[in-house]
Write a protein that binds this ligand. Structure first.
Ligand code: GLN
Length: 541
């Protein structure tokens, strides 16, 4: 039997509902259960693909090519379960599906309404595409009380009613603010938030209360009394040192016990050795390296969520702390690159879109190449490194990317057709922006004897993509002559997936996003190797 756990949030946004859901899933998994995580987003966009990283943070891409909410990244990092297209839905997607059905006449002339048509579509989403999971954890985006969230709350209320308490559970995440003048953690916002939930017919079974200090027994009992839950079902969620400590902390507070108790499950205590090991490595590192990340959206680090985590994972693998220095690449266009990058043990240019800041990234790549500092170029970061080599090594001063307009030497350009397995896929320039990218996992064949071949210890790899432009193979031989190696290609040999410079301590550019597959307990080999190279660099200076 699949049980459904619904996670809602109240009081304020940004309480870490995604992390809470992921950590609970990790605990249930550690008790031997098969878990799945899903996110229901109330906004009207059909998917987050076209949303600005400044507003919504990173777009997380799944193997099957869905552009999803960044919380799905937390889910994968905490459980190792690969997310799918069917794990994230928005109001926009639900409505567009329902409207398409209405246009086809599927509803036989009925008047289409929020209840039951929209709520039915939401319930259908929650309960479809399951594969013998013991638990499906559904996080509802937004905060209780938002207008957009109402149909989702109504849908989960209905499911709770239809499936019963033995198959459904409601968890509500709230905040207990500390008021210094009173010297107390305040429970009133939590009481109000629960009242809001009750007004749409949902009585939470467990309250997860974020607080920056321990919850006194008195306040705990008060919350239980006013919110109509058992005292043991009021779980303090205290701030912790690292996000990977959250499962440990939740378990200590009895969170997973409460869930098992609710469902009447007699499960063994979880084996948390994996999380203890990660916590020790993070809090007792043997050294430190500094990585400069030259990006564009450095004002909102959520835009690079998976990247930041993957770098931390590289540190876990090597037992070092990774200090990240976020640099807005535009600064290299105004100030001295050398001075800003001098102390970095590694330079990473991440994915990005648009011309702004691109010249700065090209300068950062040049600095790394010439000064022999480890360089990791991801997607846009690979494209900029190739443009840099074309300009400064091949001598094509006008080398550029057609992403920025027509170019005399388009070393990066738009491909309009490519193969995915045996299927020919097309892309139109000037078409709709949504859904025009090369998305999802693609195979890549590694060149025997290359650095990436040694790093991956595999001949063929699969990595996730999200981009429109590709390195133009017309310039391949010119670039190879000056020392670049095309060490990873698509199976048909048409699309360059990896370039490297062998005559350099560590210089690798990849067209895909390896950060999306890295996990704290299974760091991505490229990040492990990059941080290793940074350690070597630190020893040399
Ligand atoms: N803007 C580039 C492209 O579309 C790179 C995208 C990215 O870095 N994800 O190809």
């Amino acid at each position: 039997m699949t049980r459904f756990i619904f996670i809602t949030g109240g009081v304020v946004s940004s309480l870490g509902k995604g992390l809470a859901s992921a950590a609970l899933a990790a605990l249930l998994q550690a008790r031997g259960f098969k878990v799945r995580l899903r996110k229901l987003d109330p906004y009207i966009n059909v998917d987050p693909g076209t949303m600005s990283p400044y507003q919504h943070g990173e777009v997380y891409v799944t193997d099957d090519g869905a552009e999803t909410d960044l919380d799905l990244g937390h889910y994968e990092r905490f459980t190792g379960v690969a997310s799918r297209q069917s794990d994230n839905v928005t109001t926009g997607r639900i409505y567009s599906d329902v409207i398409a059905k209405e246009r086809r006449g599927d509803y036989l002339g009925a008047t289409i309404q929020v209840i039951p048509h929209i709520t039915d579509a939401i319930k259908e989403f929650i309960t479809s595409d399951l594969h013998g999971e013991d638990f499906v954890l559904c996080e509802i985006g937004g905060t209780v009380g938002d207008i957009e969230g109402l149909p989702f709350l109504e849908a989960i209320r209905q499911l709770g009613n239809e499936l019963g308490a033995q198959q459904t559970m409601f968890i509500h995440l709230t905040l207990l603010p500390y008021i210094p003048t009173a010297g107390e953690l305040k429970t009133k916002p939590t009481q109000h938030s629960v009242k809001e939930l009750l007004s749409v017919g949902i009585q939470p079974d467990v309250l997860l209360c974020r607080a920056d200090r321990p919850l006194p027994e008195n306040e705990r009992r008060k919350i239980a009394l006013f919110c109509n839950v058992h005292r043991d079902a009021v779980i303090p969620a205290l701030d912790v040192e690292t996000i990977y400590q959250v499962p440990i902390s939740y378990h200590e507070q009895g969170f997973d016990d409460q869930v098992c108790k609710h469902f009447g499950l007699d499960a063994p205590t979880p084996d948390l050795s994996r999380w203890h090991d990660i916590h020790t490595r993070l809090t007792k590192p043997e050294g430190e390296v500094t990585i400069a990340v030259a990006g564009k959206y450095t004002g909102l680090l959520d835009a690079y969520k998976s990247l930041g985590e993957a770098l931390v994972h590289g540190g876990i693998a090597n037992n070092v702390r990774v200090r990240l220095k976020w640099v807005d690449s535009e600064i290299f266009e105004r100030e001295d690159t050398v001075q800003i990058l001098e102390g970095a043990n590694g330079i990473l240019v991440p994915g990005g879109f648009g011309e702004r800041g691109s010249e700065g990234k090209i300068r950062a790549a040049r600095f790394a190449r010439e000064r022999k500092v480890p360089y990791f170029g991801i997607c846009f970061g690979m494209q900029m490194a190739v443009i840099e080599a074309a300009r400064n090594l091949v001598g094509l001063d006008k080398a550029g990317s057609t992403e920025f307009g027509p170019s005399q030497h388009p070393v990066v350009g738009l491909m309009t057709e490519w193969m995915k397995g045996n299927e020919l896929l097309h892309r139109q320039s000037g078409g709709d922006l949504g859904g025009t990218m090369r998305l999802g996992a693609y195979e890549c064949v590694l060149k025997p004897g290359s650095r990436v071949h040694q790093i991956y210890r595999a001949d063929v790899i699969r990595e996730r993509h999200r981009h429109r432009y590709e390195v133009n193979t017309n310039y391949r031989s010119a670039l190879e002559e000056v020392g670049l190696v095309f060490s990873g290609m698509s199976p048909d040999g048409l699309l360059p997936e990896i370039v490297e410079i062998p005559d350099h301590p560590w210089f690798i550019g990849v067209q895909f996003h390896p950060e999306l597959r890295s996990k704290p307990f299974d760091p991505h080999p490229l990040f492990t190797s990059f941080i290793r190279a940074a350690i070597d660099q630190a020893r040399l200076v």
